[in-house]
Design a protein. Structure first.
Length: 391
């Protein structure tokens, strides 16, 4: 197995070759401005894979996205090297020197370790202030260092965290929660007034207070909001599938119809085991050919939420369903003869019964032998694939 240093040198050499006069025309055309959206996109893709890895997802996919992000760093360093500004070696040296300088309790002479994490953070803030003073000639602000372009909720958390390091903070969670109540009352007053400027002001204060509360309860607001968005998306997919099963056209269904399917989706969520953060797990993607994609998609749009799955992003001509650990990709093609039955583990007999009821209501022809009361059933999807579901 090659060393990290060897592979990094290889990547740097590839980047230099791509930028050479006889290299890749696209890579040669890029500059700081054109690369900016790609760098931002790669950062978000890393965050996506971090979420999946944290909740029973694959770590290998995270490694691939980190590689894409590393390529962006190497690309920017190559641009700088061509201008004589700095090289990738300078980038590595700079962060290495910084880490050693900011961890004197580990790398300093006679290091004996720090009292604890809080003291480490305090020392870190002090050393950063000294670095700023050396670099700019002034101490600057405790709040310096949080990018203005960072997501607003994340920036709010980081700013309040920095302020807390010099004691500017609430003594406990109760104070933060009371402040949120105060801001909500002021938002209600702004709503009643109809003043747009006041509404923006007070809504911003509410969001800032929520971010501060998130910091206190050690639940990052960005992560919590992403999870909520995921739940909304899954439930809305359930609503869409229910409307298709009802034969109701989108845009013509009543709010009562949509609410009924929304509440059904929430009930399905309650019947599923809680999602737990896991260190690592393997991901399997099973690709299955089907005679026609449209009926397969309609069937699984309705069924996937009952299994705790979501409709997943897929390339054109595919429909994918699953979770962070297992996904099925359906595509139009000739199915092989004698396809085996696919077995899925149910979290409980109640989940089996919920699936049986849904199939009996929407796709009764799909049900096969099986005793839901005993915690098992079988069904066949529109492509003729056999599935077994049991607790």
């Amino acid at each position: 197995m090659s060393s990290p240093g060897t592979e990094l040198e290889r990547l740097i050499a590839i980047m230099a070759r791509l930028r050479a006069p006889d290299g890749c025309p696209w890579d040669r055309e890029q500059d700081l401005r054109s690369l900016r959206p790609y760098l931002v996109e790669e950062c978000f893709e890393v965050v996506d894979e971090m979420d999946r890895a944290g909740y029973a997802g694959p770590w290998r996919a995270l490694g691939e996205e980190l590689g894409d992000l590393l390529f962006q760093i190497v690309f920017h360093a190559q641009l700088a090297a061509e201008r004589g500004e700095f090289t990738m070696a300078d980038v590595c040296r700079s962060i290495s020197d910084k880490l050693e300088r900011r961890h004197p309790h580990v790398f300093g002479e006679g290091a004996k370790g720090a009292p604890g994490a809080e003291q480490v953070l305090a020392n870190w803030a002090k050393l950063k202030a000294e670095e700023r003073k050396h670099k700019t000639g002034s101490e600057g602000s405790v709040l310096d260092g949080v990018p203005v372009a960072a997501p607003a909720l994340l920036r709010a958390e980081r700013l309040t965290e920095k302020a807390s390091r010099i004691g500017f903070d609430w003594p406990d969670t109760a104070g933060v929660r009371a402040k949120l109540d105060e801001e909500l009352r002021e938002l209600d007053e702004a709503i009643a007034s109809g003043d747009r400027d006041a509404l923006e002001h007070e809504l911003g204060d509410v969001l800032f207070s929520v971010a501060n509360l998130a910091r206190f309860i050690r639940t990052p607001a960005e992560d919590a909001l992403r999870m909520a968005i995921g739940r909304f998306t899954t439930r809305f997919h359930h609503v869409e599938a229910g409307l298709r099963a009802d034969g109701a056209a989108f845009g013509e269904a009543t709010l009562e119809q949509m609410d009924r399917h929304w509440l059904a989706a929430k009930q399905v969520e309650k019947s599923l085991p809680p999602v737990r953060s896991q260190g690592r797990a393997a991901l399997a993607l099973v690709r299955l050919p089907v005679p026609a994609l449209a009926p397969q998609r309609a069937f699984w749009d309705a069924l996937a939420p009952l299994l705790g799955w979501s409709a997943l992003p897929a390339p054109g001509g595919e429909a994918r369903y699953g979770d962070a650990a297992l996904a099925f990709a359906f595509f139009e093609g000739a199915a092989g003869a004698g396809a085996p039955a696919l077995e899925l583990h149910a979290p409980s007999k109640g989940a089996v019964e919920a699936l049986r009821r849904a199939l009996a209501e929407r796709h009764p022809q799909a049900l096969r032998e099986g005793d839901a009361a005993a915690g098992r059933l079988s069904f066949v999807d529109p492509a003729g694939l056999s599935w077994r579901y049991g607790a």
